[in-house]
Write a protein that binds this ligand. Structure first.
Ligand code: ADP
Ligand code: MG
Length: 598
């Protein structure tokens, strides 16, 4: 299984090119649309840089919330509202891409593509504000294991957000590009370990003459940095339950506060050998307890032992699938925010017997690589000396029936385009009627490697009707599969011996939208009022304070309530100086109440 990138025989961006790659229409950006955080990057000269969002941060939480005034909040403000306004907020919807699962926010039913589109639209707006020019084109990254439906859903999301997708590339490929592995002039065997918020992806790459090929992927879709925080919170909850006879896990708010404290301690332990989980005024049954639990890195790592053990399984599987020994791997890349943890670095170093590359910020490498690819795409128009190859990650084929004696067996899977085929590719297969006077041929398209259709993923179905009246086997159709560089499939059916050509319109496939649905979603998107960028820092500060307010009790709650009221009246003055000063005070109080001491 494999993927790639074009390889220019010259630097990615010309040295004279000081600015972001742009065309007459605007800038081309690279976007890492993550499960927990998303980022946008562009080339500045020869260097990819991650752009800041409206609150001055590089990472935008992949969270969407509808504010009470009807405006859309994306990012930290939305994430902060997850606990206080669960019925108006959505997170981790990337997991639903390619499925029909919808969420209802403030009474609106939203598809995963539409939620992702809101995140993309926010990133686009932020990039435009930073760059001072329109952003119309993007290279968007997806996990290597994403199939056709998930890639198509990502493409649809971008279209809904008004972005033209230049290319969809795999996250590990992007990471390898950010590290410039495609520019090394020799063969290279590399492994990318990507531990994000909620997922762990392992990819074995082979790089030959600038072509990055994916040899194998493995992962754990339910293991990420959040589990490390949760393990610490669990430990603390057990202790508190034993000591106070009330389990904080039974109280949603109390549990949210423990998780928050654990997340802070976890991050702290990345750079320090000691930290504390601090939760002032935690309500436990009838009591209110000031919790402060000191924690050493060693102790935390002992708690994480089961999680660290789980990380090994997919690493070993990916190596086995690529038929490699750990010692064959020449470079180990760490990406994803959670690979910052020293125990994860150690695990990688031990397993592979060498220090992993980690000179780029772990959570930015993928976006940076997407920006490198975006610049290559632009360069591509001028320079045509590029090697462009890619390989289909899955087989694609159709359902057929077969006669076994007199019995007709249905649901057999016949691959048309085999996995591992170099793409872009086009493959055709001929299929014949099985009955006399057969009126139609049903073409059902599947993706996967199993012999029976029911075990593969169904992509769509099309019926070629009004066949000429002939005896069995006399009528044939040619089914052509065309697979493009983005990993997206088109199916064309030709009635043999005629000019009749029909294209497959894949309808009612889980997660796949029709052109009309995309257009309608795009219109709906235009109607949404995004929270204005200039007041977003205020809105975010308020959302964070409100979140904490719902969790606190007693004196601390009163104190925070007062500070929120002061900030609201500062907002009324509309004097930026006053607002910023009071906002900083509120922020400091929120920080202090969250973790009285570090
Ligand atoms: P995504 O899953 O969206 O790709 P990221 O790669 O941004 O997410 O990773 C997010 C995860 O990284 C979170 O679980 C977060 O706690 C973790 N993380 C970020 N910074 C650190 C740090 N300094 N130490 C430990 N974990 C971190
Ligand atoms: Mg990621």
């Amino acid at each position: 299984m494999s993927d790639v990138i074009p390889f220019p025989r010259r630097p990615a961006a010309s040295p004279s090119d000081d600015d972001a790659p742009s065309s007459a229409e605007g800038a081309v950006v690279g976007i890492d649309l993550g499960t927990t955080y998303s980022l946008v990057a562009v080339m500045r000269g020869e260097r990819p840089v991650v752009l800041s969002n409206g609150i001055g941060e590089q990472l935008t939480a992949s969270a969407v919330s509808f504010d009470e005034d009807g405006s859309v909040l994306v990012g930290a403000a939305a994430k902060a509202r997850q606990a206080s306004h669960p019925d108006r907020t959505a997170v981790t919807f990337k997991r639903d891409m390619g499925t029909e699962k919808t969420r209802t926010l403030a009474g609106k039913t939203m598809r995963p593509q539409e939620l992702s589109a809101l995140v993309l639209e926010q990133l686009k707006r932020d990039a435009e504000a930073e760059l001072g020019m329109p952003v119309v084109e993007a290279v968007v990254t997806v996990p290597a294991y994403f199939g056709d439906l998930q890639r198509q859903a990502t493409r649809d999301a971008a279209e809904i957000a008004g972005l033209k997708v230049e290319r969809i590339i795999n996250e590990p490929t992007a990471a390898a590009m950010a590290y410039g592995l495609h520019q090394r002039d020799r063969e290279l065997q590399a492994v990318v370990l990507d531990l994000g918020g909620g997922t762990f992806d392992v990819t074995v790459l082979e790089i030959i003459e600038g072509v990055i090929e994916i040899q194998s992927t493995a992962g754990d879709a339910r293991l990420g940095g959040e589990d490390f925080a949760e393990a610490l919170a669990e430990k603390l909850a057990e202790e508190l339950a034993a000591e106070h006879g009330a389990d904080p896990r039974e109280d949603e708010r109390a549990w949210a506060r423990l998780l928050d404290a654990a997340e802070h301690a976890k991050r702290r332990l990345t750079t320090s050998t000691e930290a504390a989980m601090v939760v002032p005024g935690l309500r436990l049954g009838e009591a209110e307890v000031d919790v402060e639990r000191a924690l050493t890195r060693d102790e935390a790592e002992a708690i994480w032992q089961p999680l660290l053990a789980r990380l090994k399984t997919p690493i070993l599987r990916a190596l086995r699938d690529a038929e490699l020994e750990a010692g064959d791997v020449e470079e180990v890349l760490l990406v994803g925010g959670a690979t910052r943890m020293p125990c994860v670095v150690d695990l990688g170093a031990k397993l592979f017997g060498k220090m992993p590359l980690s000179s780029l910020p772990a959570d930015e490498a993928v976006a940076m690589g997407a920006a490198v690819q975006a610049a290559l795409k632009k360069g591509h128009e001028a320079v045509d000396d590029m090697v462009v190859t890619d390989v289909a990650p899955f087989s694609m084929g159709i359902a057929t029936a077969s006669l076994m004696g007199r019995q007709q067996v249905e649901g057999l899977y016949t691959p048309v385009l085999e996995r591992g085929t170099t793409i872009p590719a086009s493959r055709v297969q001929r299929f014949f009627t099985m009955g006399d006077g057969q009126k139609e041929i049903r073409v059902a398209v599947y993706q996967g490697e199993h012999s029976l259709c029911k075990d593969n993923t169904r992509l769509g179905e099309y019926v070629v009707k009004d066949l000429p009246n002939e005896s069995a086997g006399k009528v044939a159709i040619d089914v052509r599969f065309t697979y493009d560089l983005n990993g997206i499939l088109e199916v064309e059916m030709t009635l043999v011996g005629t000019e009749r050509v029909e294209h497959m319109v894949i309808e009612r496939t889980p997660g796949r939208l029709s052109a009309e649905e995309i257009a309608a979603a795009r219109e709906a998107m235009k109607a949404y009022k995004f929270h204005p960028r200039d007041t977003l820092p205020n809105r975010t500060a308020l959302a964070r304070a409100d979140q904490l307010f719902t969790e606190l009790t007693g004196v601390a709650r009163d104190e925070l309530g007062h500070a929120i009221a002061v900030f609201r009246s500062a907002l009324e003055t509309q004097d930026p100086k006053i607002i910023v000063r009071v906002r900083d005070q509120l922020g400091a109080l929120v920080d202090a109440l969250r973790r009285a001491h570090r």
